[in-house]
Design a binder for this molecule. Structure first.
Ligand code: ADP
Ligand code: MG
Length: 676
């Protein structure tokens, strides 16, 4: 059966089940085979009952002594029990609220049960709710069994069974990593690996199989990115004749640029003079001054006769950029307009007209910029701010508004350079690793919920002194979890408890216009305390705000916490960030410690990577790349190195000499665009 066939045609699948799989993004047999297990369960140990110790997880080969016995202990509590035996002894098997057991087990028949041995209140040895199969028909007992990440309507058993069928019916798979490469890098062959990643003979076989797929994933990703970069490099770009003009703008800024900002601007200038199209990513920690760099670049583009566009992920941020840059550019006779989804129709028509005729040189806005109705006269430079919020496709659409415009991408999720080289293999990278002088690092504390009153008293004190503050909550409405502080209620409570404080509320469900109004009230000081969800995460700049409390902070990712914290400490005053959480598991503790100890976004993102489990690599999606199926860039550093070497070797020979590998790269790149 061909790998590109729908799984619907696998034995025992059919339309309905195929539909459930497709919700997980699994459509073809190949998709299914590459749906790797989350973990494995060792069901290979079979023990006589007499040797089963409490706490052990075992398989037993037994006969049912009776039909399963149902007994209601309460109206809603059905207990089904069964006595089983083998040559060595007897044991109890127990199920809770499972009405179907008695249809599936009959007295005198032989079964295999798999589960953890426990002791009942009466002291009897038992297994609760075991996996079971008829003896002679064992498929998922007596061996190592894969456990898959699930969707609600697909049981483990269904996925396991379907996988087994797929492996059988797929037949022999065509290897696409040539033997020479596999030998050199000690990578196992595809068929062996595919069998053993799902149903490993033993743990060593699993490791060998996993290594292969990690290697494969990283190799294909790197080759694909190299291809994309090669395409970009061949693109003819607009040659900017005058780059010195940039000083005109930077001299008019109210501060001296940092060394890192200057270096980055120089790199941009070099790109724009080269005659090739620029595709440059600027990575810098929150507050490192990326906007000033973008402003300088935009200014240069305009002076060289082109229009420039800057896209930001939220209305608030886009508006802020439009205001501040509009003012800066205005001093140099450059016209800036703001465009967003909520721009009124009449006004929008006028703005579009001005963009089309070239009357305005700079357009700053949200996704509204990439809509079909927006036409530029001669767009030569585009900026995507906070790029992790945009997909590759959106970036491409923005680029398509001009003819090979230079592209500047700004990311506030800084990551170590070695990783950046993988994740952004198709881009040139500048790193702003220096903060403007005079910044005091934000002091960060982690506290339990019983400290909440003191936290808010502390905030109130700061507000009395004329400062402003944020409180961040994870959710808006009390939909699922009632223990979560919800923004709306908290805002109400705080307004009641502290009548002197002007409390504002902002969340994702508000209309853009309402958000704007609230934000401008906060900026102007009409609001002292802004209770908000993560809508304030990106970009917003209110230097007078110097305290932030984050409720249920265990709910946020490390990089996200760092982003949020980046909203304060922008003025001269000492800023404080208080992480409120009652969660006391190890991971949360480590995450909170990391936040309290460090203000360095590069370090924090590395810790983020380290603390997330394998397979859950942070934000490959955020970075506009396909999700990693199996590789963990932190734990698989060694394989990463090997794959980097191999990628180089393949690329030097030319990917064309590896047609099958090339096909996989192409598939990955197209997937990338579809998924974003
Ligand atoms: P981010 O990199 O997070 O986008 P911003 O561009 O918003 O950071 O800059 C944060 C703040 O630092 C702004 O108020 C900006 O005016 C200020 N800033 C930027 N560059 C410098 C500098 N070289 N010296 C002093 N302040 C600066
Ligand atoms: Mg910014």
């Amino acid at each position: 059966m061909g790998l590109d066939k729908s799984i619907q045609y696998l034995k025992g699948v059919g339309e309905k089940r195929a539909e459930l799989f497709s919700k997980k993004g699994i459509k073809t047999v190949e998709d299914l085979l590459y749906f790797f297990p989350r973990t494995h369960e060792d069901r290979s140990v079979i023990k006589p009952i007499a040797q089963c110790a409490e706490g052990e997880t075992v398989c037993i080969n037994v006969t049912a002594y009776q039909d399963p016995q149902d007994r209601y202990v309460r109206r809603n509590m059905l207990i089904t029990s069964l006595v089983v035996f083998d040559d060595s002894g007897m044991m109890n098997i127990v199920w809770y609220n499972n009405k179907y057991i008695k249809n599936n087990i009959k007295a005198g028949q032989k079964y295999v049960f798999f589960g953890t041995v426990t002791r009942s209140k009466q002291g009897r040895v038992q297994i609760v709710a075991p996996v079971f199969e008829k003896q002679g028909n064992e498929r998922f007992t007596g061996k190592i069994v894969p456990i898959y990440p699930l969707t609600a309507n697909l049981s483990q058993k269904i996925v396991q069974t379907t996988m087994e069928t797929a492996l059988k019916e797929a037949g022999r798979l065509t290897e696409y990593i040539p033997e020479k490469l596999r030998e050199k890098y000690m990578i196992a062959e595809l068929n062996f690996s595919m069998q053993n990643i799902h149903f490993p003979a033993d743990s060593e076989s699993y490791n060998i199989a996993r290594t292969r797929f990690v290697f494969e994933e990283l190799l294909v990703l790197q080759l694909a990115l190299r291809e994309r970069r090669k395409e970009n490099e061949d693109n003819v770009g607009r040659k900017f004749e005058d780059v010195k003009c940039i000083r005109e703008l930077t001299d008019s800024m109210p501060f001296e640029l940092t060394g890192a900002q200057k270096r980055t601007i120089n790199e941009i200038c070099r790109d724009c003079m080269s005659g090739r199209q620029m595709n440059r990513l600027v990575q810098g920690d929150v507050g490192s001054g990326k906007t000033a760099v973008a402003a300088a670049a935009i200014f240069m583009a305009v002076r060289n006769g082109y229009q420039a566009a800057m896209m930001a992920p939220t209305e608030i941020l886009a508006q802020q950029h439009a205001d501040s840059l509009g003012e800066l550019f205005g001093k140099h006779g450059i016209k800036t307009v703001f465009l967003s989804g909520s721009t009124k129709a009449k006004e929008k028509r006028e703005i579009l007209e001005k963009i089309a005729t070239g009357e305005v040189q700079v357009v700053i806005g949200t996704h509204a910029l990439i809509q079909g109705t927006v036409e530029f006269k001669n767009l030569g430079f585009v900026v995507a701010d906070e790029q992790h919020r945009f997909g590759v496709e959106q970036r491409a659409k923005l680029m398509a508004k001009g003819e090979n415009p230079h592209m500047l991408i700004m990311s506030a999720t800084p990551i170590p350079r070695t990783l950046a080289l993988i994740l952004y293999g198709d881009l040139d990278i500048s790193i702003i690793d220096e903060l403007p002088p005079g910044r005091k690092p934000v002091k960060t504390y982690s506290v339990k919920e019983n400290m909440r009153k003191r936290v808010y008293d502390f905030i109130a004190e700061n507000i009395k002194k004329g400062m402003q503050a944020y409180v961040v909550c994870p959710l808006v409405a009390e939909t699922e979890k009632s223990d979560l502080e919800n923004a709306e209620e908290l805002a109400k409570k705080l307004a009641q408890s502290y009548p002197d404080i002007k409390v504002g509320l902002m969340h994702g469900k508000m209309k853009p216009k309402e958000k704007d109004e609230t934000m401008s009230k906060f900026v102007s000081g009409e609001i002292d305390l802004l209770v908000a969800t993560t809508v304030i995460e990106v970009g917003v700049n209110v230097p007078n705000a110097n305290v932030m409390a984050i409720e249920n902070s265990e709910r946020f990712g490390l990089s996200q916490l760092h982003q949020l914290r980046g909203r304060i400490g922008r003025g001269g005053e000492q800023a404080h960030c208080i992480l409120i959480t009652d969660a006391d598991n190890e991971t949360t503790k480590k995450r909170m410690d990391t936040m309290c100890q460090s203000n360095d976004g590069f370090y924090i993102s590395e810790q983020d990577l380290k603390l997330r489990g394998p397979g859950d690599f942070f934000g490959t999606r955020q970075h506009g790349l396909p999700e990693m199926r199996i590789a963990n860039l932190f734990e698989d550093k060694d394989i990463l190195k090997l794959s980097q070497e191999a990628a180089k070797e393949v690329a030097e020979k030319g990917l064309d000499s590896y047609p099958l590998l090339k096909k996989r790269c192409e598939a990955l790149l197209s997937e990338d665009i579809v998924m974003n």
